[in-house]
Design a protein around this ligand. Structure first.
Ligand code: HEM
Ligand code: HEM
Length: 188
């Protein structure tokens, strides 16, 4: 399988970055719209897309472990490299935490898991009362808090990340953004 080089990123890195990145932005927007405008009928879509993207997130983490992080196209100041590393870590960890916490809060809260109509797990129903009961209330609560707090961190990290990408392109005029859209770039 093709791996990243400093002048060109692999198709795997490009595909996983854009599939996961753009879906995360869409899911954050969907989550907010759903909550703010009380549009709960969007929830099955939110959950289904979230469960599906989790598979891509896991593939991406495994790919990062196998392939390493892309090397910078240029020599940057040490604080810039540190900030970029920190933001990449926050982004990748958050892409794991959001779908994982969503799945855990639903499942541990006693709900089932369904992806586009396909039942992956049933609801946890008490045979005596016929009511839904939590599988693990504490874990469901922790996952719920995580699902509510991590987006705030993500908004800041995504803003820094996107501003950084365009700073590379417009101010530094280097190939960082071009490389992320599949172009081969010159290394200084
Ligand atoms: C791709 C990852 C995901 C992102 C970025 C995301 C994002 C969000 C956001 C921003 C909210 C609104 C939070 C608030 O205003 O308090 C939300 C709510 C919610 N999400 Fe997700 N979500 C993701 C995956 C999932 C998954 C996989 C599930 C379940 C299987 C899920 C279940 C829920 C539920 C039940 C709520 C409502 C929580 C409440 O009423 O307090 N999410 N999500
Ligand atoms: C329109 C929005 C976005 C643009 C223009 C963009 C651009 C870029 C660029 C140019 C790089 C390469 C940085 C380098 O070479 O050091 C990169 C890497 C990265 N981006 Fe984005 N990005 C966007 C959205 C996102 C989102 C929403 C996430 C996650 C939530 C994300 C996560 C990452 C990660 C983890 C890396 C490190 C390399 C990798 O794992 O693929 N990006 N991005």
């Amino acid at each position: 399988m093709q791996t990243d080089t400093t002048s060109k990123l692999s198709h795997t890195t490009l595909a996983l970055h854009w599939i996961v990145g753009l879906t995360m932005i869409g899911m954050l927007a969907l989550g907010i719209i759903m909550e703010e405008f009380d549009m709960k009928y969007l929830m099955p879509w939110h959950k289904s897309i979230g469960i599906l993207i989790f598979a891509f997130v896991i593939a991406r983490v495994l790919w990062r472990i196998k392939n390493g992080w892309p090397k910078p196209v240029n020599q940057y100041k040490s604080y810039e490299q540190l900030l970029s590393k920190l933001v990449h870590w926050v982004l990748i960890v958050s892409t794991v935490l959001m779908p994982l916490s969503g799945i855990l809060m639903s499942y541990m809260g006693g709900n089932g898991l369904e992806m586009f109509g396909l039942e992956l797990a049933g609801r946890n129903i008490d045979a005596a009362t016929g009511e839904k009961v939590a599988r693990n209330k504490a874990l469901a609560g922790l996952a719920h808090s995580t699902h509510g707090i991590v987006p705030t961190v993500l908004y800041v990290a995504i803003a820094l990340h996107v501003v950084g990408a365009f700073k590379h392109h417009i101010v530094d005029k280097d190939g960082t953004l071009k490389r992320m859209i599949g172009k081969k770039v010159d290394i200084k």
